[in-house]
Design a protein around this ligand. Structure first.
Ligand SMILES: NC(=O)c1ccc[n+]([C@@H]2O[C@H](COP(=O)([O-])OP(=O)(O)OC[C@H]3O[C@@H](n4cnc5c(N)ncnc54)[C@H](OP(=O)(O)O)[C@@H]3O)[C@@H](O)[C@H]2O)c1
Length: 257
């Protein structure tokens, strides 16, 4: 348990990794603002976590596809609990965007959530953090950022983009005392991966995955990719020529939705 109590703002906290991280922070005595679109889920989560303590949890509906929604949530939350120490841009969606049939609306939706949503979230928090000379921005990317996967063009593109965005922000913001943590997990059991029909090597249980993410955030790591056998594999795959990469992964198919 860390001694100084922090204010943590999390997007996409109605299920999966966001909800798991919120629980860890409250259990360590911190104040967490959970946000997402499904109000009933974040309301019951905040009630459960506040009852659990020793920290507390408040909620606010927020759609990260809308900059106005994100700005309003950040402004409301900072006036309610005080300035944020940690902002976790976790909200994300995964859906099949097979090139032969996906329409541009599907691509737009994934990119709006996974890329613009992170940018809106960080952008809303950066001015105050820079003024205070402290703070941590956390970006939930993925090992899918490393190379394009079949059927997942939008997801891979969005995660490659947020990984690059976070690296640039890390260097830009260092002189203001603001650090940026880039998280690139492999598969972790959540509603998002429960929909996948294909094999997911080294898929971690929810608790183990959330633990690894939580430790990386507390340690203010710059970049964390795990589990290590998969992280190592994707780094090696990145070095392969296209013909060999296509041969290995070309027949793989992505999530059904
Ligand atoms: N699970 C994995 O294996 C894995 C691996 C690598 C990276 N990730 C990333 O981890 C993050 C969390 O994923 P998860 O596995 O925990 O999935 P999840 O259980 O499906 O959670 C996704 C969260 O994102 C929220 N969300 C989706 N669209 C949103 C929007 N427009 N505005 C606000 N919130 C939105 C959802 O809440 P509402 O629907 O209530 O809005 C939900 O709380 C995602 O960015 C995902 O890409 C996951």
């Amino acid at each position: 348990m860390t001694s100084r109590k922090k204010n943590i703002f999390i997007t996409g906290a109605s299920s999966g990794l966001g909800a798991g991280l919120a629980e860890r922070f409250v259990r360590d005595g911190h104040t967490v603002i959970v946000t997402a679109r499904r109000e009933s889920l974040i309301l019951s989560l905040s009630e459960r976590l506040t009852a659990m303590g020793p920290g507390r949890c408040v909620y606010r509906v927020c759609d990260v596809q809308s900059e106005a929604s994100v700005s309003a949530a950040v402004a409301w939350a900072s006036s309610t609990v005080g300035p944020f120490d940690v902002v976790i841009a976790n909200a994300g969606v995964s859906q099949s965007t097979e090139a032969s049939y996906a329409d541009t609306a599907q691509f737009e939706s994934v990119l709006r959530t996974n890329l613009l949503g992170v940018m809106y979230t960080f952008h809303a928090a950066i001015p105050t953090m820079c003024l205070r000379g402290s703070g941590q921005l956390v970006c939930m990317s993925s090992l899918a950022a490393y190379r394009g996967l079949p059927g997942a063009a939008a997801y891979c593109a969005s995660k490659a983009a947020v990984s690059a965005l976070s690296e640039s922000f890390r260097m830009d913001l260092k002189r203001f005392g603001v650090c940026v943590t880039l998280l690139q997990p492999g598969w972790i059991q959540t509603p998002l991966t429960d929909r996948n029909l294909y094999a997911m090597p080294f898929r971690m249980g929810t608790d183990a995955g959330v633990d690894a993410l939580y430790r990386a955030i507390l340690a203010q790591k710059s970049v964390v990719s795990f589990p290590w056998p998969l992280a190592m594999s994707v780094r090696l795959l990145r070095l392969l020529p296209a013909w060999l990469y296509d041969k290995i992964l070309g027949n793989r198919r992505n999530a059904k939705s």
